[in-house]
Design a protein. Structure first.
Length: 272
C-alpha cells in the first residue's frame, strides 16, 4: 500500500491513529496514553467444532502471545477490546469459564484493560477480574473518535464524532475465482453522516460532513483458518445497524491485512 493510499485512510487523524494492518489492530494516541484497539477475539469458538466431533487447537495462546508482544513493542498503556471477547452468546461455556479469566490475568499484568461488550459477551462480567473495566456497550469516544462494536446503533450523543471505528462484521473478501477469497480485510469508507445518525438536526453543521468509518478485521486469525469466519460474518452482518444505514459511500479503500490496496467502493459488494 503506497504512502498516498495510507494517507487517504487516515487523513483526518494521521497523528492520532496508527493502523497495524498485519496485526489487525489500531493504536490510538491520547495525550500520555497509548491505546491498543482490537476486536472480535471469540475465545472458545473452537467449542462449536468440538461439539461436531472436529478437533481444533485452542487459539487463546496465540492471541495472548501476540497481544503481549504488541503491548510491549509499542509501549501500550491501555488495551481496549472492542467486543466479542468470548464466543458463546447466551451462555458461558466450560472452556470460557476456564480460559477467559486466565487471558485477562495475563493482559492486566501488562497494562490497563477495558472492554466494550459485544453481542457475544453475555455473562462476561462473571469472567473478568475487578481490574478490567467493562464499558458501555453503546461505545466509547476517545478524542473525537467513536469506538463501537457494531451490534447496536450509534447513539445521537456521538453524532459529532470525527471518525467511527467498528468491529463486529468480520470483513472477509468474497469473489468467485479470486485467490483472496476467504481472507480478512480492512475497509475504510467515507459515508453520509446523516445516514448513520438519522436523528441529527438539519441545522447541525456536523450533520452535513461526511463520516470516516474504519471496519476492522477480527483479531483472531484462527477464525479464518478454521473456516469459521465466513459463517460468522454472515450472521453478524444481520445485526449491524451501521451497514443497514450505509447507503451513500463517497469513497472507499479495501486492503488486505498486509496493507495492500485491493479495491475501492466498487468492490464493497465483495466484502459486505
Amino acid at each position: 500500500m503506497s504512502d498516498s493510499d495510507r494517507n487517504v485512510s487516515q487523513r483526518s487523524n494521521h497523528d492520532q491513529i496508527e493502523i497495524l494492518y498485519k496485526n489487525r489492530a489500531i493504536i490510538l494516541k491520547e495525550q500520555s496514553k497509548r491505546h491498543l484497539l482490537v476486536s472480535d477475539l471469540h475465545i472458545g469458538f473452537e467449542e462449536k467444532f468440538r461439539a461436531a466431533g472436529i478437533s481444533i487447537q485452542p487459539s487463546i495462546e496465540k492471541l495472548s502471545t501476540e497481544l503481549g508482544e504488541l503491548i510491549k513493542r509499542h509501549k501500550i498503556t491501555d488495551l481496549l477490546i472492542d467486543g466479542d471477547v468470548k464466543s458463546g452468546t447466551d451462555r458461558i461455556t466450560k472452556y470460557e469459564w476456564e480460559n477467559v479469566p486466565k487471558f485477562f490475568k495475563r493482559m492486566t499484568s501488562l497494562c490497563h484493560v477495558s472492554v466494550i461488550p459485544g453481542n457475544h459477551d453475555g455473562g462476561l462480567q462473571y469472567l473478568v477480574p475487578p481490574s478490567v473495566a467493562l464499558l458501555d456497550s453503546n461505545g466509547l469516544m476517545i478524542s473525537g473518535i467513536l469506538i463501537l462494536h457494531g451490534h447496536s446503533r450509534p447513539l445521537l450523543k456521538f453524532q459529532n464524532c470525527r471518525q467511527l471505528i467498528m468491529g463486529h462484521i468480520h470483513p472477509i473478501f468474497q469473489r468467485r475465482g479470486s485467490p483472496l477469497t476467504g481472507q480478512p480485510v480492512w475497509i475504510f469508507v467515507r459515508a453520509n453522516r446523516n445516514e448513520i445518525f438519522k436523528e441529527s438536526l438539519p441545522n447541525d453543521k456536523s450533520a452535513k460532513e461526511d463520516l470516516e468509518i474504519i471496519l476492522m478485521p477480527s483479531f483472531n486469525l484462527e477464525l479464518v483458518v478454521a473456516g469459521f469466519a465466513l459463517d460468522a460474518a454472515r450472521q453478524e452482518r444481520k445485526i449491524a445497524p451501521v451497514l443497514r444505514y450505509l447507503k451513500t459511500v463517497r469513497e472507499a479503500l479495501i486492503t488486505t491485512i498486509d496493507g495492500e490496496l485491493i479495491g475501492d467502493a466498487a468492490m464493497l459488494e465483495n466484502v459486505l
